[in-house]
Design a binder for this molecule. Structure first.
Ligand SMILES: Nc1ncnc2c1ncn2[C@@H]1O[C@H](COP(=O)(O)OP(=O)(O)OP(=O)(O)O)[C@@H](O)[C@H]1O
Length: 257
């Protein structure tokens, strides 16, 4: 395992829990090679929310999956809390993903037979530890669902299910929370609740959040909006510029035929 913990002009690994260095990912399908990510270098700071946008096929999910250790890059480095994922075998990678990385999916991915509380404690139970009832209660309270601990996913709205998924992702207090289209399946009211919750985790807990989204209104909650095209980082603007400015910049991206 390679550990980089030195201070650099960009700060320490603690203030930048995620660092990507020249990240490149090729997919081979038959005799065709697709370059999904092409030499992307980025740092994600603690206490910041980043939105990743770009046309369909621009590499957003690939970026998130490689950064979260779900997929292995073809070249380049992913450092989580200073640890180079490439130096980890599958077991060590699983442990690091469980302890340091939270991931939220568009489709919530809750276990339908389990209650909200059981879903939240599942990652820790799978790891062989048993969270206290207080821990589970405060994880659900943090997403405003303390009174729903006994409900199964089918008894909750989409927005509530996503909040349970966020509580589940946060219970191990990860260095970074990745979210792949977290509001993609929600109406605008439920989306706002989820986005405010993510924003709150950033502002009050110093959480790093990296979110893929197609929605300029969602991206406007972020501190920084990154625009990808053809696997490359092509533009960046502050979320504070607002949804209209973000929509205009994404519309201006040229997509390779
Ligand atoms: N498992 C795979 N095998 C082959 N090609 C893949 C695979 N996953 C992604 N790709 C290709 O890599 C490129 C980037 O895909 P990716 O899913 O990262 O884009 P995206 O920006 O997230 O797209 P969308 O917004 O449509 O979800 C695309 O050309 C896609 O077809």
């Amino acid at each position: 395992m390679t550990t980089t913990n030195t201070t650099t002009p960009h700060g320490t690994s603690a203030s930048f829990p995620v660092r990507l260095r020249s990240l490149t990912k090729h997919y081979s399908t038959g005799d065709r090679v697709v370059t999904a990510l092409d030499d992307v270098t980025l740092d994600f700071a603690a206490g910041t929310m980043t939105a990743v946008m770009g046309p369909s096929g621009s590499g957003k999910s690939t970026l998130l999956h490689c950064a979260a250790g779900i997929d292995r890059p073809s070249a380049g480095e992913v450092l989580i809390d200073g640890t180079d994922l490439d130096g980890l075998d599958e077991d060590a990678l699983t442990v690091l993903r469980r302890d340091r990385i939270g991931f939220v999916f568009q489709a919530f991915n809750l276990v339908s037979a389990l209650t909200a509380a059981q879903n939240v404690e599942l990652p820790l139970r799978l790891a062989g530890s048993r969270p206290s009832a207080d821990e589970v209660h405060s994880a659900l309270a943090a997403v405003g669902l303390a009174d729903r601990h006994g409900h199964r996913p089918g008894e909750l709205s989409g927005g509530q299910q996503q909040r349970v998924a966020i509580a589940r992702a946060m219970i191990a207090r990860p260095a970074v929370l990745f979210a792949d289209e977290p509001t993609g399946a929600l109406d605008s009211t439920a989306s706002r609740v989820v986005l405010r919750l993510l924003r709150d985790l950033v502002d009050r807990r110093g959480q790093a959040v990296v979110m893929v989204t197609h929605d300029p209104a969602a991206a406007a909650y972020a501190d920084r909006v990154l625009l990808l095209a053809d696997g490359r980082l092509v533009d960046e603007l502050p979320g504070a510029e607002g949804a209209e400015a973000i929509a205009a910049r994404t519309a201006a991206l040229v997509v390779r035929p």
